[in-house]
Design a protein around this ligand. Sequence first.
Ligand code: DOR
Ligand code: ZN
Length: 346
Amino acid sequence: MTRLTIRRPDDWHLHLRDGAMLAGVIGESASHIGRAIIMPNLVPPVVTGADAASYRGRILAALPAGTAFEPLMTLYLTEATDAEDVAAAAASGLVRAVKLYPAGATTNSASGVTDFAKVQGVLDRMAEIGLPLCVHGEVTDPEVDIFDREAVFIERVLDPLRRRTPGLRVVMEHVTTADGIDYVKSAEAGLAATLTTHHLIINRNHILAGGIRPHYYCLPVAKRERHRLALRAAAVSGDARFFSGTDSAPHADPLKETACGCAGCFTATNSIACLAHLFEEEGALARLEAFTSLNGAAFYGAAPAEATITLVKEAAPVTYPAKIETGAGPVTVFDPGYPLHWRIED
Ligand code: DOR
Ligand code: ZN
């Protein structure tokens, strides 16, 4: 197959940042993505409905002319979050999910949750109104090895939280382990997972073997090969509980290429080409659309996109930029480590 038309993809987990970085990166998604769940980990975070309304306005203002892109806003859950504010922002259609960051788990997560009892009222209200909770699933206990933090989170935090909040709809974001895949599959209802493009392509050797490669460092950190294979199998299976959330997370290069570099892979530019490549490798191109354009919409109760994009496979490798220039500095584009032959037709 050398041409494939699919419904316009959505991105169910995207970092756009703010200001000059927002202006520099938004076109990389808006050129081919219809809707995206926008992460709220700005500094300061997007906590209230009013914060989300104003951030949405800044995103729309930064959109290149002629792009049809709908930002689906989220709120950053803090121990002071007001359940009624969340419910009102959801009822108005502004806010589509609430994001849980365990305090200290990742970039800009200092305002996240430490004492889960303090957010139970918000979680109960979300269960009542059907508003999904997007979860960064890693424990922050320094005693727990960083490669085990997702599996331990499921056991210590996520499963107890779901049991005490019946009916709460949960998205385990950027699952990186076979344990995460198994947990999602074990749930009867109301649990789904996003999978990033980069976690389907790299394992921990890509970060650490033969030199340290900061542009492959993200959180949760990529795991062993057997975990990557489990993620890939879930992604290409067509199982409606798994869908694409790139977690494309731009940081200016100097902030990554340093003694203590930031976590995040920037994949917005070539994510669809990478996904087409890997679904083709797995003999699953017919299920690419489910992963990018159908399953997430169904979970979030949105109609699938009417618009389509056409992917074209070129005989010669397609050149994607190694970096994009933004007003906040250069941002390195994710390198899958092999030539890409797919491109999106103009
Ligand atoms: O690698 C990551 N980068 N993981 C996250 O959870 C946050 C993100 C960011 O905001 O840079
Ligand atoms: Zn993220």
